[in-house]
Every structure is written in structure tokens, then in C-alpha cells.
Write a protein that binds this ligand. Structure first.
Ligand code: ACO
Length: 436
């Protein structure tokens, strides 16, 4: 990391900025291993001015070695490996190891990692009592924010963020326990007893077991559905500096503990412009109801009455590479379940076709994103709509933790502190009540 940093900082290329008062400053132009160059403007404040980039359209907030996206070309790599290869050939825990450690594991490393995650899936029994404080009709994401944040209160033995072993054990605890809490959240909302994890199952099978088993029945996971959920988890595992990951980094930059930071990521993920999109996309399909209503609905989108959920992306101005994999998975799952004539799927295909051929969407480079298809797959698996974003949180936990770990391990990291363009009142004197 240090060598790479100094190599980057030795850049001889510069960008020169001249202000209207004639003062000028040179900034180094830095190159990554892939992607556009960036202008290192950290010395700009010496001139007493700041840059203005709300919503980060043109700002790199950090250096990272984890995930690369080329939105124009439609590329997504985890640690250099194309997402399509990982979705086809790998499994979720192997992808987690890769994201966290930087390399694919050897057979021995993989067995050790899997074993450790498997043996951390149980939660403290006291944690189960937290659920009783929530209404049964609470949104599962509200429960997730609270209960995952509450993990901070249980693991005082591993909260020294400057200790790499503590960070590793916290990462493994989060990866192992977030699915258990997610399944408990579902069970609580439907009024069924919590199902404890079972170590004979793999990670995804175990999650499905905790979600769908009851004490009254044997539960045998369907391998096609296990594989589909595994793909959803792989595809959502990381996505560089998106809103929730940036939230985790910013929370973590203050030295907050990892459990609290991940809870902040869950909160940021909840919004419909981010992780809530799969839930919103499926609700939209249900609202449209019938293929005959697609033209009318698309007209409403073009009239800016509402957005087409599951379409568009801040970075991808081409097909989201995850969407292509998920589209294929969608076919596989519906075939397995004899749902090829599923009404919502037919509706989704009609909407996709209409949008992809309409100049409004073509001009704005609006393509279906991964969440357009993942909702259909999750619904077919039997996951209730209000749990969709929770599944995303289960998948993204490893991305959040890996990015948080990368930031803390960098000795030069500092607390994040954006500046602002102030447009409020200028100085004025306090008025007594009688004069207002
Ligand atoms: N439906 C209709 N029009 C859209 C959509 C959409 N889904 N998305 C963008 N547009 C239009 C905007 O109205 C705007 O049009 P204009 O130029 O006429 O004003 C233009 O496309 C550019 O859109 P922006 O909102 O500026 O793009 P931005 O990068 O800020 O937003 C976002 C990206 C938030 C993802 C947006 O496309 C959106 O809200 N999509 C729907 C929600 C969604 O699916 N989110 C999931 C993201 S993927 C994920 O989190 C895994």
C-alpha cells in the first residue's frame, strides 16, 4: 500500500488552476491501475477556496484496491476479477474472502475461512430480546438498523479498530451474524419462531434454512434456488464508493466501531434510490399490473410524474453487467419453478423492451439495473418484498467491511470532513421576541 501510494504520488503530470485574481496553483495528476486519472486538489485550500461538487459527480473520495467499475463499458471487477466469472465459477464465501483479503483463497485458506464463518453464525441469546421491542409490522430494514447496531454492545473483546486481529474477527462476526439477524427479522415479522443456524449447511443454504424452515417440518433447500440466491449475494457484494459504502467509510473515519458503521450503511442502503430499488421495482410492476398498461406507465415516466424503478444508474451508462447475469438467473429460476408464464415476469420483459427502444431512455442512457431483475428472482424464491433490501444488506456487508478495513489499515486515513458553499443569512443581531 505504502509503495503504491508513493508511486502514485511521484506523478510528474500536473493540472494548473488559475483564479480570476491571477493566483495560480499546480495539482499533481494521479493515475490508478485502471480508470480515469484524478487531479489531487488537496492543496487547494491554501488559496482559501474549495471545490463544489455536491453528490460527488466528479470527486474521488479515497484510494481503493477493492472494486473497479467502468460505467461506460459496463465493467465490474472485484480485485481484478470480472463479476461474470465470479458469478459463474465462484461462491459467495470465496468472493467474501477475495474482497476482504485481496486474493482468492487456497483450498486450505478457504476451508479455514468457511469454518470460521460457520462457527460465528449464532448470535448472543440476549440479542433475541431486542426484537420484542419492535412492532411486528415494523419494516425489516428498521429492525436491521437497530439490531445490527446493537451488536456493538456485545463484542467489547474486539473493538480496538487499530488492532488488525480485532478488525478481522469483527469482519467475520458481521459476515456470519448479519444473515442470522436478517432471518430473525423475517421470522419476527411473520410471527414464527427463530430458527437457529445449522452448521451442516453451506452459507446460503443455512440462510434459506433460517428464513424458511419451521420446527414442524423438515427443510430441504432447492439447489437451483440456492444457486440463484448465491448469485444475488455475489452480484451485490461490493460496488466501490456508492452511497452506503461512502456512509460506512465516513462513519468509520471518526473511529466508530465496525458494528455501528455497518448499521449506518444499512440505513443509507434503505432509500429507494439505492438498495430500496428492488423493492420499489417490484411494487411498481405490481402497480402496473398488466402488460396492456405499459405504454401508459412509460408515458407517465416521460412526463416526469415518476421514475422507472430498477432503471438508470449513477455510474453505469451502459448495461449493468450484474443485470445481464441476473436476467439469465431469472430465466433459470422461473423455469425450475414452472413460472415461465409468470405475469409479473412477462410484464417486466415488456417494460424492458419498451424502455430499451424508447428515445427518452436511449438518449439518457437508462438501462435496467441489477435490481430490476433481482426482485423477480427474490419473489420467486419466496422472499417477501419488504425483505428485498435486507437481502441486499446481507450481501453488501462484506463490501462495507472490506472497504472499512481498507480505510482503517491505511495509516494516513483521517476523519472525513466535507466543506460547504454557505448561502444562509449573513451576520445579524439577535432580536428580542417583541421585535420579531
Ligand atoms: N426513470 C426515468 N427517468 C430517469 C430515471 C429512471 N429510473 N433515472 C434517471 N432518469 C432521468 C432523470 O430524470 C434525468 O432526466 P433529465 O436529464 O431530463 O432531467 C436523467 O435521467 C439523469 O438522471 P439523474 O437523476 O440525474 O441521474 P443520477 O445519476 O442522479 O441518478 C439513480 C441515478 C438515482 C439510480 C436514478 O437513475 C434513479 O433514481 N433510478 C431509479 C432507482 C433505482 O433503480 N436505483 C437503483 C440504483 S442501483 C443500486 O443501488 C444497486
Amino acid at each position: 500500500m505504502e509503495n503504491e501510494r508513493s508511486e502514485v504520488l511521484q506523478s510528474k503530470r500536473v493540472a494548473t488552476l488559475t483564479l480570476d485574481d491571477g493566483r495560480s496553483i499546480e495539482f499533481p495528476i494521479l493515475s490508478g491501475t485502471l480508470g480515469p486519472d484524478v487531479i489531487d486538489i488537496r492543496t487547494l485550500s491554501k488559496l482559501g477556496v474549495f471545490t463544489y461538487d455536491p453528490a460527488f459527480f466528479a470527486t474521488s473520495s479515497c484510494t481503493s484496491n477493492i472494486t473497479f467499475i467502468d460505467g461506460d463499458a459496463g465493467l465490474l471487477y472485484y480485485r481484478g476479477y470480472p463479476i461474470e466469472q465470479l458469478a459463474e465459477k465462484s461462491d459467495f464465501l470465496e468472493v467474501c474472502y477475495l474482497l476482504l483479503n485481496g486474493e482468492l483463497p487456497t483450498a486450505e485458506q478457504k476451508a479455514g475461512f468457511n469454518n470460521s464463518i460457520t462457527h460465528h453464525t449464532m448470535v448472543h441469546d440476549q440479542l433475541a430480546r431486542f426484537f420484542n421491542g419492535f412492532r411486528r409490522d415494523a419494516h425489516p430494514m428498521a429492525v436491521m438498523v437497530g439490531v445490527v447496531g446493537a451488536l456493538s454492545a456485545f463484542y467489547h473483546d474486539s473493538l480496538d479498530i487499530n488492532n488488525p486481529q480485532h478488525r478481522e474477527i469483527s469482519a467475520q462476526r458481521l459476515l456470519a451474524k448479519v444473515p442470522t439477524i436478517a432471518a430473525m427479522t423475517h421470522k419476527y415479522s411473520v410471527g414464527e419462531p427463530f430458527i437457529y443456524p445449522k452448521n451442516k449447511f453451506g452459507f446460503v443454504e443455512n440462510f434459506m434454512y433460517m428464513m424458511f424452515a419451521t420446527p414442524a417440518e423438515d427443510y430441504v433447500p432447492n439447489p437451483v434456488l440456492v444457486r440463484a440466491l448465491e448469485r444475488i449475494l455475489i452480484l451485490h457484494a461490493d460496488h466501490e464508493q456508492n452511497a452506503s459504502t461512502s456512509t460506512v467509510r465516513l462513519a468509520g473515519s471518526s473511529g466508530a466501531n465496525p458494528f455501528a458503521c455497518i448499521a449506518s450503511g444499512i440505513a443509507a442502503l434503505w432509500g429507494p434510490a439505492h438498495g430500496g430499488a428492488n423493492e420499489a421495482a417490484l411494487k411498481m410492476l405490481e402497480e402496473i399490473g398488466d402488460t396492456s398498461r405499459v405504454p401508459e406507465y412509460v408515458q407517465g415516466v416521460k412526463d416526469k410524474k415518476y421514475k422507472l424503478m430498477g432503471f438508470g444508474h449513477r455510474v453505469y451508462k451502459n448495461m449493468d453487467p450484474r443485470a445481464a447475469v441476473m436476467r439469465q438467473t431469472c430465466y433459470e429460476v422461473l423455469k425450475e419453478l414452472n413460472l415461465e408464464n409468470d405475469k409479473l415476469f412477462a410484464l417486466a420483459m415488456e417494460l424492458e423492451k419498451t424502455a430499451l427502444n424508447d428515445p427518452y431512455f436511449i438518449e439518457r442512457k437508462l438501462y435496467p439495473n441489477v435490481d430490476f431483475y433481482s426482485g423477480i428472482v427474490l419473489r420467486a424464491i419466496g422472499i417477501p418484498i419488504n425483505m428485498f433490501t435486507v437481502i441486499f444488506a446481507v450481501a453488501r456487508t462484506i463490501g462495507w467491511v472490506s472497504q472499512w478495513n481498507e480505510m482503517i489499515a491505511d495509516a494516513e486515513h483521517k476523519i472525513g470532513r466535507p466543506r460547504q458553499l454557505y448561502r444562509g443569512a449573513v451576520r445579524r443581531d439577535y432580536l428580542p421576541m417583541i421585535k420579531r
